[in-house]
Ligand binder design. Structure first.
Ligand code: DAH
Length: 339
């Protein structure tokens, strides 16, 4: 029996020394010291010993148990210390590593262009004003010298809510709202959404954005309109940008002009990009019609003004060389990331 006990002690010491896992160690504890363990099974045989042998073997068995318990504790502590050391090593922060840059958002090309346009006009003393998108027929057409059966209404396919309420087809409605409230000098721009019953394609959308401009004061001329728009276009397209005014017709301006930008591709000579014209159409403009001024209580004998309406999508597409308007609305980050 003495031999058996010595054997257990030796075996336990060997196995514990090899053990590198706390779970395996618990298994070893049960194997040697548990209720059904090896030491217990030997102690159960003590009944067969003589009265002299019993205390000697008992003492030996106790010392073997104490020895195994001590080794178990020591090994467990060593393993825990080692695990903690490894964890510390794994978690070490290298403060010299470069930081992780979070992905940066940026302005949508339409927003970026609008911000620049606003900046140019704010710099020239304009205010930015807004108007409603659901508008009365009066502000959208009538007060702009475009009565019910005027043929100019056909050029803007209108969403009618009822006979007198529309989704505005143009930001020009804000001209009237402004002139009714303010007296000259007036210098405003008014950006916002407009609606037309158009089918979606590369250059049309039922919802798009315009920026309206209006200046009313004493002595305002077509030269002021030209100069103002030239400053804007040079800011948006670079110092080389050149514009031209081409006669046109809008019911609310007299005279009216379309403003064209000289084609960057051919420098005005005519190429496939500008369809041989040398210029590309940018926006509508003109001198505010005397009837429109008078309708808002401004005396056309004293005051004059100019107005313009820019398609935000059109000037954005021109600036960034975007050939399909739908790309501006799809919010595909693979597209937007390029700007
Ligand atoms: N409202 C016109 C359009 O939507 C653009 C326009 C033309 C605005 C002439 C004006 C203007 O203020 O004077 O096509």
């Amino acid at each position: 029996m003495r031999e058996q006990l010595e054997n257990i002690k030796k075996l336990a010491a060997e196995e514990l020394a090899k053990c590198s896992d706390l779970k395996v160690m618990e298994e070893l504890r049960i194997k040697f010291l548990g209720k059904k363990g090896e030491l217990t099974s030997i102690l159960k045989q003590m009944g067969g010993l003589s009265a002299e042998e019993r205390p000697v073997i008992g003492q030996l068995a106790n010392s073997v148990r104490a020895d195994i318990e001590k080794k178990l504790t020591e090994r467990a502590e060593a393993l825990k210390a080692e695990a903690a050391k490894m964890k510390m090593a794994a978690e070490t922060i290298d403060v010299t590593l470069p930081g992780k840059t979070p992905p940066h958002g940026r302005l949508h090309p339409l927003t970026a262009t609008l911000e620049e346009v606003k900046e140019v006009f704010l710099g020239m003393g304009f205010d930015v004003v807004e108007g409603p998108e659901v508008e009365t027929d009066h502000y959208c057409f009538e007060a702009l010298n475009t009565p019910k059966h005027h043929p100019a209404r056909d050029t803007q396919d209108t969403f009618y809510i009822n006979e007198n309420v529309v989704l505005r087809t143009q930001t020009s409605s804000v001209q009237i709202r402004t002139m009714e409230k303010r007296k000259p000098p007036i210098r405003i721009i008014s950006p916002g959404r407009v609606y037309r019953s158009d089918t979606v394609d590369a250059t049309h959308s039922p919802i798009f954005n315009q920026i309206e401009g209006l200046v009313v004061d004493k002595g305002i001329t077509l030269g002021d309109l030209y100069g103002t728009l030239e400053i804007l276009m040079k800011k948006l397209y670079g110092e080389k940008a050149q514009i031209r005014l081409r006669p046109h017709h809008f019911p609310y301006t007299e005279p009216s002009a379309e403003v064209d930008l000289m084609c960057f591709n051919c420098g005005g000579k005519g190429c496939s990009m500008c369809k041989g014209d040398g210029y590309v159409e940018l926006l509508g403009s003109g001198m505010v019609h005397p009837k429109v001024l008078a309708g808002c209580g401004i005396d056309p004998e004293v005051y004059s003004g100019f107005a313009f309406g820019i398609g935000l999508e059109r000037i954005t597409m021109g600036r960034y060389n975007i050939n399909d308007m739908r790309l501006l609305y799809e919010n595909d980050v693979r597209f937007l990331n390029q700007f």
